[in-house]
Design a protein around this ligand. Structure first.
Ligand code: FAD
Length: 485
């Protein structure tokens, strides 16, 4: 049977664009449909704008430190309008880069929503239909609000990048990396930040000591973190709900313009007032904005997937095998829509492994082991491999760990501490996990990740000469385990 295309990709995000481009460069006839903006979550409403906001927020700490080093520096007001204008220009530029990458690789791209009508046919919202030998679903995910009355009054991560003004006070609900990163960002930008997390500690799944240090540091920097706490009720603030206003009178909002939720979310329903919140700890407060960072679900709804026989899992994800093939042989899926490891470089890897498997005749399973990753909290965390808690469930381990005030903060008499930790197998001496909480930890873990992926032992670390004077030299100079488990 002759098909219109060898490959039709649905979704122009990190995974979809890479797979389309690599397949087309290898000679395949490829089309891609994107219903929103090219670049997807990472470029438009995830990693990239978030990291730029991290950079913006980190300047808040600069003058204090600079003064200790002899500079006469003071902090002026942060201008959200100027920053977000510049941010949008940058995102427009990046979107254009993505469009051109596809065009220059010979991919036909369609600005349309796509759904499946059979195992080889894609129907677009423009009314056109195309057949393809292979279909790759790379539709990503979306943020979800909790299922409770008035949850629509809260924003989600997609909304943050579209704010017209910064709120004076915000309640962040959640304890995952997105919640904690935005707590640091908004706090740095001068917003009065309260964070509720229903669990006993933030950043579930990461190493306990690292999470503990990050939580303490966040509190030291002024984030009002409440663990074991959740929203019980929320409503538009009104005369009936005259609890204390978390933003009123705060001098933490360094020049940030006061906003109401109406200012914040143009077009959003029923957000004319700040939000009254009753918490599970009994407290009642009014916040200018509530931000739910309470998870993401895969984008599989209304795409005809189940109708054509694609198996969908409990979280709404497309169920795939190690080659990213779904239960329908011509349909593959990569990235967040498969709910495996929701990270940009993983979606890209899965896209490349798909092309290698399907178009280059070289079946390539995706390697999800020992993925280094960074959490852009303030302080930042870099991590690879198992946490101490995970590793000791598996085998006897030795723990090497140090936490101290680095030279730069000690000189400025600032409290910031860093942490370097290795989890080592007693039997094989291999480093099973490496966790760092420090400025630049995301950059450092990329390199430590190579050694650990290669199977480095503790003795390999020890044989490596320290780089002096750095914080990270501690990673090769920790001689005695602090405990065994
Ligand atoms: P996406 O990039 O989400 O792309 C999917 C695309 O498909 C979207 O453009 C969507 O519009 C389109 N689409 C959906 N349905 C259809 C349809 N039916 N028809 C046509 N088009 C459709 N990862 C990191 O590695 N590091 C980070 O620091 C990081 N920070 C993040 C911060 C935030 C706030 C968020 C939300 C995510 C972050 N991530 C980070 C995760 C990362 O963004 C995702 O893992 C990555 O973008 C997934 O890529 P993808 O190709 O699977 O999907």
């Amino acid at each position: 049977m002759a098909f219109d295309y060898d490959l039709f990709v649905i979704g122009g995000g990190s995974g979809g664009v890479r797979a389309a481009r690599v397949a087309a460069s290898g000679g395949a006839k490829v089309a891609l449909a994107e219903e929103d903006r090219y670049g997807g979550t990472c470029v438009i409403r995830g990693c990239v704008p978030k990291k730029l906001m991290v950079f913006a927020s980190e300047f808040a700490g600069t003058p204090d430190q600079a003064r200790a080093y002899g500079w006469d520096l003071s902090l002026g007001a942060f201008d959200w309008t100027a920053f977000s204008g510049q941010l949008n220009t940058e995102l427009d530029r990046l979107e254009e880069v993505y469009r051109n990458l596809l065009k220059n690789s010979g991919v036909d791209s369609f600005d349309a929503r796509a759904r499946l009508t059979d195992a080889h046919t894609v129907e677009l919202s423009t009314g056109k239909s195309f057949t393809a030998k292979h279909i790759l679903v790379a539709t990503g995910g979306h943020p979800v609000r909790p299922d409770m009355p008035n949850a629509h009054l809260g924003m989600v991560s997609d909304d943050i990048f579209k704010l017209k003004k910064l709120p004076k006070s915000v309640l962040i609900v959640g304890g995952g990396y997105i919640a904690c990163e935005f707590a640091g960002i908004l706090n740095g930008l001068g917003v009065n930040v309260t964070q509720y997390y229903r669990g006993a500690q933030i950043l579930r799944g990461f190493d306990d000591e690292a999470r503990g240090l990050i939580a303490e540091s966040m509190q030291e920097k002024g984030i009002d973190l409440h663990l074991g706490t959740n929203i019980l009720e929320m409503a538009p603030a009104s005369a009936d709900h005259s609890a204390s206003h978390a933003g009123t009178g705060s001098d933490a909002a360094m020049g940030a313009p006061v906003g109401t939720t109406q200012d914040l979310l143009p077009g959003a329903e029923d957000t004319g007032e700040p939000v009254w919140v009753k918490a599970t700890n009994g407290s009642e407060n009014v916040f200018d904005a509530v931000f739910f960072a309470t998870g993401r679900d895969p984008n599989t709804a209304d795409m005809g997937l189940e109708e054509v026989g694609v198996k969908i899992g409990r979280r709404g994800e497309i169920v795939v095998d190690e080659y990213s093939q779904s239960s329908v042989p011509s349909i593959y899926a990569i990235g967040d829509v498969t709910n495996r490891v929701a990270l940009t470089p993983v979606a890209i890897r899965e896209g490349m492994a798909f092309v290698e498997t399907v178009f280059n005749g070289n079946p390539t399973p995706v390697d999800h082991e020992l993925i280094p990753t960074a959490i852009f909290t303030q302080p930042e965390m870099g991590t690879v491999g198992m946490s101490e808690e995970e590793a000791r469930e598996q085998e006897p381990v030795e723990i090497y760990c140090t936490s101290f005030r680095p030279m730069k903060s000690a000189f400025a008499n600032q409290p910031d501490r860093v942490l370097f930790k290795l989890v080592v197998s007693k039997a094989t001496r291999k480093v099973l996990g490496c966790h760092m909480v420090a400025p630049g930890a995301g950059e450092m873990i990329q390199l430590a990740g190579i050694a650990i992926k290669m199977g480095a032992t503790k003795e390999d670390f020890d044989r490596t000469v320290a780089v002096h004077p750095t914080m990270s030299e501690e990673i090769v100079t920790m001689r005695e385990p602090i405990r065994t488990a």
